[in-house]
Every structure is written in C-alpha cells, then in structure tokens.
Design a protein around this ligand. Structure first.
Ligand code: PMP
Length: 389
C-alpha cells in the first residue's frame, strides 16, 4: 500500500490529481455545485435534454410500468420490450438493419473490439481516439498501430507495412477533447482500396451533426460504407448506454460474443425509455442543433479574437489549449471563483504539454451567460498571461 501513497503524491506534485465535483441540481447551463450556483461549460449534454420535461415524464412512466431494475443480464432475464424498441429505433435513426445496446459506450467499445479482433488482426487507430477504444484494442490482443491524428498519409504508409492481414481502421467521429472531425470520406476511400473494415465511434457526433442529427458519417454522406457504427446514449441523447448499429448478422455476432454485453445486467427500463424519447425528439427538432451551431461558432470566434489558442471545429467542443497543467488548473479555479465551472483537462486524458479547458456548449445556454463567461475568461486569461493585454 506504500506504493499507492507514493504514486498519489507524485500525481499531486505534478498537478495531475483529480477528484469529483458534486452537483445538487440537474445538468443544465446553470447548476448548483454544493450550494453555489455556477454556469457550466464542459458538459456533454449538448442539446440540453438532461432536464427536459418530456424525458423526465418518459422515465417516470417506465418506472411506474416496469419498476427500477432490469433484474438480469440481457440474454437471461434482463431484456424488456423497451430494449427491443430502442434497438429498432437506433437502427432506423442510423439507417442500419439492427442495433445492440450495451450498458455504456465504454463497454460497447471494449465488447466490440475484443469480440471482433484477435492476435491475427492489425487495428489502425487514430492517435487521439478515446481510451475505451484503446482498451478494447489491447483486450483483443490485436496489433495496435496508431497513426498521426487525422493524417491520411501516415495511415496509408502504415497500411502498406501491414498489407494482407485482417485489418480494421477505427476512429472517433468527433474527437472528444479537440472537437475536430475525422476525415471519414478519405478513411472510407483508403478502406475500400485496401479492403479494410471500418469502425466509427460517434459518441460526440450523434445528435449534433448530420441530417436529423444522426451523426458524423451522415454528415459526410458515408454511413453505408462504415462497417461498424458505434455510439453512446450518454451525451446529446442525455441518458446512459452505448450501441453498435449494423447489419443483422453483425448484431447477432456481437450479441453472442461480446463479453461486456453478455456478462452484465441490462440497463434499467427508465434509462431505455429516456433514450427512446430523446432520439424521437432529436430526429424532429433541428432548431436545437441549429442554435447550438450558431452559439458555438460565435463563442469560438470571440475566443480567437481575444488571442486564445483554440482549434477550428464545427462542433460545440471548443478546446482552449493552455499547455502547462498547473496554469490550466489555475485558470479553471479562478473561473470557479467567478461562478463559472469549466474543468481543466490534463494528461493522461490529453497529451503532455497540451493541458486545456475543454469548453462545450449546450443548445440551452443564453447569450447573456455566455457573454459574462467571455468577459471573465478574457480578464483571467490576461491575469495569468495566457493572452496578451
Ligand atoms: N467514446 C468516446 C469518444 C467518448 O468520449 C466516451 C465518453 N467520454 C466514450 C466512448 C464512453 O462512453 P460512455 O461515457 O457512454 O461510457
């Protein structure tokens, strides 16, 4: 146990220590953080649906009809007609034959990759892919080949080295910490040329990009060329869970072979009912998506004009790159004192030397609150000499 204290001290010394912050209200543009009202920027509740009255009602109805727990794993006693309805809904939403719901996005990635690949496979993985993809690759035993972030020449060069094997290219649709989008058209072209399977994790694209909000592949018009479409129900969809959408046979395969699906209790009916209702709303309500885009573009432009280092994104994820972990922490703490909560993201979540504030907007933020945030962030950025002036 001595070793644990040593490791913890080292984490603290390097300003990389992390702990939970507790909210005492629903996830919304303003939250009660243990007695203090703060403006929240950093949530994955992109469309602001976490406290939507229609979703709350769907959850209550499901609790009244089905109770609170699933009572078993999905292949034994934990499947309800609601699970089937949601899987059919996701398939229609994503334009596939069927889908399978896992308990989290993390479990979906780990379950899919470890069931699909083994030591004979090579997986080409974008350097900035989410940790759950990396963990899935490692669990599968396949050779993990990481290519430079969104760099198609590097990917092609690496494909040449491992030609002739069972290969898979896996990428985030929208990168969670940078907010940029994978070049899916180019990835599909390479995959076709070299006969490689493709998998897209669209945790942050669903609800935000594409026609009817169905995600990054739809945005690029390449949905039918992606072999495995994976996503989460925990971000814009405002619930919990992960899924894979694809051909019937593909779904049957993972239902029978994904250990994280087979050996875990099914999601409670209330969460399933919330996902179902949220997808219904997302398909019809373009206004939320449009407002989110307008707010994000404006906010990003203002930050750039102030001189902050941010990337060009078309999504509501706006990284403000600081570099040094200590400084990123300090900026986050100073903002909190002024009633704004934006968590500092540090290694190992992001590469060393790229600590940042990961701002993400919700469609329900107001211009008034965001203008206040811009004013304070400018003052604090100057005070900490992150920007000039
Ligand atoms: N993939 C990506 C790209 C993510 O950002 C996340 C969560 N942050 C996950 C998968 C895991 O999803 P979940 O939170 O539903 O487990």
């Amino acid at each position: 146990m001595n070793n644990l204290s040593k490791r913890l001290s080292l984490i603290k010394e390097n300003d990389l220590y992390r702990d939970c912050r507790y909210f005492c209200s629903s996830q919304a543009p303003k939250v009660n953080m243990e007695g203090k009202e703060v403006i929240l920027l950093g949530s994955n509740n992109y469309l602001g649906l976490c406290d939507d009255a229609r979703l709350k009602e769907a959850a209550i109805k499901a609790v009244n009809k089905y109770g609170v727990g699933a009572g078993g794993s999905r292949l034994t006693t934990g499947s309800y007609d609601l699970h089937r309805k949601l899987e059919e809904k996701i398939a229609t939403f994503k334009g596939t034959e069927n889908s399978l719901v896992f308990n989290t996005g993390y479990m979906a990635n780990v379950g899919i990759l470890s069931a699909l690949c083994d030591r004979k496979w090579v997986i080409f993985c974008d350097k900035y892919n989410h940790a759950s993809i990396i963990d899935g690759c490692l669990l599968s035993g396949a050779k993990l080949v990481r290519y430079k972030h969104c760099d198609m020449s590097d990917l092609e060069r690496k494909i040449h080295i491992y030609k002739g094997k069972n290969n898979l290219i896996v990428t985030d649709g929208v990168f969670s910490m940078d907010g940029d989008v994978a070049p899916l058209k180019e990835i599909v072209k390479l995959a076709k040329r070299y006969e490689i399977l493709t998998m897209v994790d669209d945790a942050h694209g669903v609800g935000v990009l594409g026609e009817r909000g169905s995600g990054t592949a739809a945005y690029f018009g390449v949905s039918e060329h992606i072999d495995i479409q994976m996503g989460t129900l925990s971000k814009a969809i405002a619930s919990v869970g992960g899924y894979i959408a694809g051909k019937k046979e593909v779904i049957d395969y993972f239902k029978n072979l994904s250990r994280s699906f087979i050996f875990s209790t099914g999601l409670p009916p209330a969460s399933i009912a919330v996902s179902l209702k949220a997808i219904e709303i997302i398909e019809k309500d373009n206004k939320r998506r449009e407002r989110l885009t307008v707010l994000s573009n404006w906010f990003k432009k203002e930050l750039k004009l102030m001189g902050f280092n941010t990337t060009d994104t078309i999504t509501p994820i706006i990284p403000v790159i600081i570099g040094d972990a200590k400084k990123a922490n300090k900026l986050s703490e100073n903002l909190l004192e002024e009633g704004i909560y934006i968590p500092a993201i540090r290694p190992p979540t992001v590469p060393k030397g790229t600590s940042r504030l990961r701002i993400s907007l919700m469609a329900t933020h107001t211009y008034e609150d965001l203008s206040y945030v811009l004013k304070v962030i400018k003052e604090q950025g100057r005070r900490l000499q992150i920007i000039e002036g």
